[in-house]
Design a protein around this ligand. Structure first.
Ligand code: FES
Ligand code: FES
Length: 160
């Protein structure tokens, strides 16, 4: 069957089978920035945003989200034009092996969309589903706090 999605702002059409997982459809079509480890919904490495809400894409039937807006970390920014959250992760040393990073950044982005000034507890809750084996989350939490501040400042500058 043909499935249509809007991925990172572009319409995409893929030939999928009814049992395909969204993670595999994305990887098969070159979205290698979406990681995958457990394939059981446990690690969060495969997180993408579906209509701005984070989901473990290994647990999402691709056929069930036809027509959705899907965002991978490259939809936020890349090495030549990093998003403020990506900049803050680098600044705070929150990227070590990097395997969890795309999912963490997307979870942080979704949090900051709904709450531009989250508490530390809110940030920890938002990152809870994105397991990191390399850190104790202190750097990531600090990075999200700083990103929130930078995003609020950027918004105020835009309004001025
Ligand atoms: S690969 Fe999807 S949650 Fe681990
Ligand atoms: S930076 Fe290595 S798993 Fe998180």
């Amino acid at each position: 069957m043909e499935a249509v999605y809007r991925i990172n702002g572009k319409e995409k059409r893929f030939d999928i089978s009814p049992g395909d997982r969204l993670l595999d459809v994305l990887k098969d079509n070159g979205y290698m920035e979406v990681k995958g480890d457990c394939y059981e919904g446990l690690c969060g490495a495969c997180t993408v945003l579906i209509d701005n809400i984070p989901y473990a894409s290994c647990m999402v039937p691709a056929a069930g989200v036809c027509g959705a807006k899907i965002t991978t970390v490259k939809g936020l920014g890349d090495i030549t034009n990093p998003h403020l959250i990506q900049q803050a992760f680098v600044k705070y040393g929150a990227v070590q092996c990097g395997y969890c990073t795309p999912g963490q950044i997307l979870s942080a982005y979704a949090l900051l969309l709904r709450d531009p000034d989250p508490s530390e507890e809110d940030i920890r809750m938002a990152l809870d589903g994105n397991l990191c084996r390399c850190s104790g989350y202190a750097q990531q939490v600090a990075a999200v706090k700083m990103a929130a501040e930078m995003m609020r400042e950027a918004e105020n500058d835009d309004r001025a």
